[in-house]
Design a protein around this ligand. Sequence first.
Ligand SMILES: Nc1ncnc2c1ncn2[C@@H]1O[C@H](COP(=O)(O)OP(=O)(O)OP(=O)(O)O)[C@@H](O)[C@H]1O
Length: 246
Amino acid sequence: MTANFDSPSVLSMHDAGVHFDGVKAVDGVSLSVSRGEVLGLIGPNGSGKTTTLNLLSGMLRPTVGAVMLDDSDLSRLSMRKRVHAGVVRTYQSGRVFERLTVFENVEVAALGAGLRRGAARAAARSTLTQLGLDDVADLPADSLTAGRIRTTAIARALAAQPRFLLLDEPAAGQNETEAVQLIESIRGFAREHGIGVLLVEHDMPVVMGTCDRLHVLDSGRTVIEGEPQRVRKDPQVIEIYFGKRA
Ligand SMILES: Nc1ncnc2c1ncn2[C@@H]1O[C@H](COP(=O)(O)OP(=O)(O)OP(=O)(O)O)[C@@H](O)[C@H]1O
């Protein structure tokens, strides 16, 4: 599961869809994320962002289409097996061991990924520094704000050295400056360690300067995918996204 810069690798979804009682939550979406890049998945409420993340992580199986890691079909694999393949997700709520300190939380995640104690401690230290958590490293996780619990959960996921990290609104509840800072540090970490990141986010201004590419969904379907500047100018995006925000 350790990042290997020599092996180019892509996590992708091909014409994938899932229906709930006749609602097409995701309807024929194709996307891919490469190691070292951050793909922002955006769109209005109910557009299918979390469902897409669930399809990639294995929490849901696609009704149609496929989820692939390079040439391997992951579509029928459990979440657990996907984690072993290096595809790791976080949750909006931020799942941590509340009684452990922030440092211990991250160290345990690194140990769980197979690092030896010394390497796990080093990974924990550098991850906490990168995510701006040094000042709370020795505090119990349950004494933190909700935002910092979420960031600790992200640090745990990063310290486990995934090849792909799927983040569900990592900056929820934070102001725009904090959100941009957090995503910037995730991006720095991803580049350095060759991790591909798919980031679900509501807020267009937050993803504009922080993601390498954006994939826009509306009503379960792809509207456009491309570089943020191009996406920002797309008339359909302006209408469905900014129109609704105005
Ligand atoms: N388990 C479910 N059962 C029934 N319908 C569902 C289920 N999960 C999602 N949906 C529906 O699928 C559509 C897409 O939901 P999803 O949560 O993926 O959107 P989203 O873009 O993540 O929304 P938000 O920004 O509000 O979190 C919505 O219409 C939602 O009501």
